[in-house]
Design a protein around this ligand. Structure first.
Ligand SMILES: [Zn+2]
Length: 231
């Protein structure tokens, strides 16, 4: 298969890599439908020292389950799934508190043991806790716009949503979002969906602020989700 590798600042290559295989009975193999670049990928892209060995990049994907280990229960071959940006069991004390990135058994993509997700196929550890199934999505039949929206649920929108949730945004709130990058704009959208009445977006890019105005209007979102419900 093909995968992206970072060899140093500004040096990204698409090269052949071994197809992933099930290593643990809790693993799943996913065929990647879409993957994307995170703002956090830009730090190594700007500063990574040059090396002989490329590092597999990426931690955001949507895809279709190809194969599961014998202990995987919640997903099966053919399921359309979102992989959030870290893997986790979703059962330990931290996960139960909603702190999945502190999972006792979880970790991050982009290591020698768990390569990055910008590839044609990916091994997802702890698949029961790390993959979220989206029912009734045939990625070959749905509009590209839906795939793009679903892809935001692997990281960027969730980060903005987490900020709004942690900031206790609720119906009628006045909210200030500092920064008009992708996460800030996601926070605007999330605050709007949580019912914020007034959203002040602090930024200095006209095109992004225009998007923020559009996303911050109460009418731009179909419904107002009650606090605590999924985005
Ligand atoms: Zn956990």
């Amino acid at each position: 298969m093909k995968a992206t590798f970072l060899y140093g600042a500004g040096d990204v290559r698409v090269e052949s890599a071994p197809d992933p295989t099930i290593l643990e009975p809790t693993d799943a193999i996913v065929r990647v439908v879409r993957a994307c670049v995170c703002g956090s990928d830009l730090h190594p892209y700007h500063s990574q020292p040059a090396g002989e060995q490329g590092i597999r990049m990426g931690h955001e994907l949507i895809g279709v389950v190809e194969e599961t280990g014998r202990e995987v229960r919640s997903v099966r071959k053919g399921d359309f799934v979102i992989a959030p940006f870290a893997f986790q069991d979703n059962t330990c004390v931290y996960c139960r508190e909603g702190l999945q990135t502190s999972c006792l058994h979880g970790g991050w993509y982009g290591t020698p043991e768990v390569p990055g997700l910008q590839a044609e196929y990916a091994r997802i550890p702890l698949a029961d806790g790390s993959l979220v199934t989206v029912p009734d999505v045939d990625p070959d039949a749905v509009p590209e716009s839906l795939l793009r929206s679903l892809l935001t649920l692997s990281d960027v929108y969730l980060t903005g949503y987490h900020a709004a949730h942690a900031g206790l945004v609720t119906s009628g709130s006045t909210v200030t979002v500092i920064g008009d990058g992708a996460v800030g704009l996601s926070a605007v959208l999330a605050a709007s969906q949580l019912g914020a009445e007034r959203i002040i977006l602090m930024g200095r890019h006209d095109s992004r602020l225009a998007l923020g105005r559009a996303w911050g209007r109460p009418t731009s979102c179909g419904n107002v989700a009650p606090r605590g419900s999924p985005p």
